[in-house]
Design a protein around this ligand. Structure first.
Ligand code: ATP
Ligand code: RIB
Length: 310
């Protein structure tokens, strides 16, 4: 199974602190760590650990973080030959604060990620050979997302788009998407109305599906996810697996990566989403972005053990 990711690579600078300070406030008591992250790289690592051969298309700076990011993907046997090194821009950085409930706030300096070009994407995808799916978040310029999606559709590959960070997208992009995976906030922003109830999610999903994606999976954190397409009237609920949350950073990335692997293996969408929900549940029990992402055997073991408990 070959999967291409067009997306970001960030070094995550993380402070774990019981309560995240409000604007203007200073709090002591944090513990600091760095972890390789970035939504694109996280999705790539999630898929590689679950058994996919992954090509990462992105851009880092000519600096220590850039080297570290590439080395960490190399260790996962991800093809990093399509990660361009920008001579002047710094590697992307995310400043992350995680509180005692595992909730986070994230500020990203995109740096080199926003210097990825459509020409880089074209070259990379031409060189990639056959691939089954293209997976993308929205942390590189929008024209790279369009270029990649068009090329993937021409090549008969599925397109999975994780519209994060949230932005409003045009129909001509959404029509190229096989599976769109926003969280609750992202879907609200995309349809122009924040969601307050289950009825709101249904209405927003119908509105978004009418803009072109074939399938929509709205993730709802510890509440699981809901799958919508033209065969579901109310949506199909994908329950979350109950776990103790330590750090939810990259839960969404883990979900998207595992979903792509499940789909490429021929699982039905509900069953791929259930697999993704298990992988993401494991990821929230551990700190950091890439270090938290589970390997295949762990997910299979987790599902087996939890199913025996029922
Ligand atoms: P993030 O930005 O933190 O990476 P996200 O907002 O994109 O995440 P979420 O909706 O929070 O994505 O989570 C994605 C999926 O991960 C959920 O649909 C669920 O399956 C799983 N998940 C997230 N949080 C929890 C939790 N506390 N317990 C169990 N599963 C969870
Ligand atoms: O989705 C989590 C990721 O978002 C972090 O790893 C951070 O780098 C930001 O891109």
């Amino acid at each position: 199974m070959n999967i291409v990711v067009v997306g970001s690579l960030n070094m995550d600078l993380v402070v774990r602190i019981p309560i995240i300070p409000k604007p203007g406030e200073t709090r002591l008591g944090g513990v600091f760590n760095t972890f390789p992250g970035g939504k694109g790289a996280n999705q790539a690592v999630a898929m590689a650990r679950l058994g996919a051969h992954v090509t990462m298309v992105g851009c880092v700076g000519n600096d220590a973080f850039g080297q570290e990011m590439r080395a960490s993907l190399d260790r996962e046997r991800i093809d990093t030959s399509r990660i361009r090194v920008h001579p002047e821009e710094a590697t992307g950085v995310a400043l992350i604060q995680v509180d005692k409930q595992g909730q986070n706030s994230i500020a990203v300096a995109a740096g080199a990620n926003f210097h990825l070009t459509s020409a880089d994407v074209e070259k990379a995808m031409q060189a990639a050979g056959e691939f089954d799916a293209l997976v993308m978040p929205l942390e590189t310029p929008l024209d790279t997302i369009y270029t990649a999606a068009r090329m993937a559709v021409r090549r008969g590959a599925r397109v999975l788009l994780n519209p994060a960070p949230a932005q409003v997208l045009e129909k001509d992009l959404l029509q190229l998407v096989d599976v769109l995976v926003p969280n609750e906030y992202e879907i609200g922003l995309m349809v122009g109305a924040p969601l307050a109830s289950a009825g709101d999610i249904q209405a927003a999903a119908e509105k978004l599906l009418a803009m072109g994606p074939k399938n929509l999976i709205v993730t709802l954190g510890s509440q699981g996810a809901i799958l919508f397409n033209d065969q579901t009237s109310q949506g199909v609920s994908i329950p979350a697996w109950p776990v103790v949350s330590v750090d939810t950073t990259a839960a969404g990335d883990c979900f998207v990566g595992a979903l792509a692997v499940g789909i490429c293996e021929g699982k039905s969408l509900p069953s791929a989403a259930k697999f993704a929900s298990a992988a993401a549940a494991i990821s929230v029990t551990r700190p950091g972005a890439q270090p938290s992402l589970p390997r295949r055997e762990e997910v299979e073991q987790f599902v087996k053990e939890r199913s025996l408990l029922k």
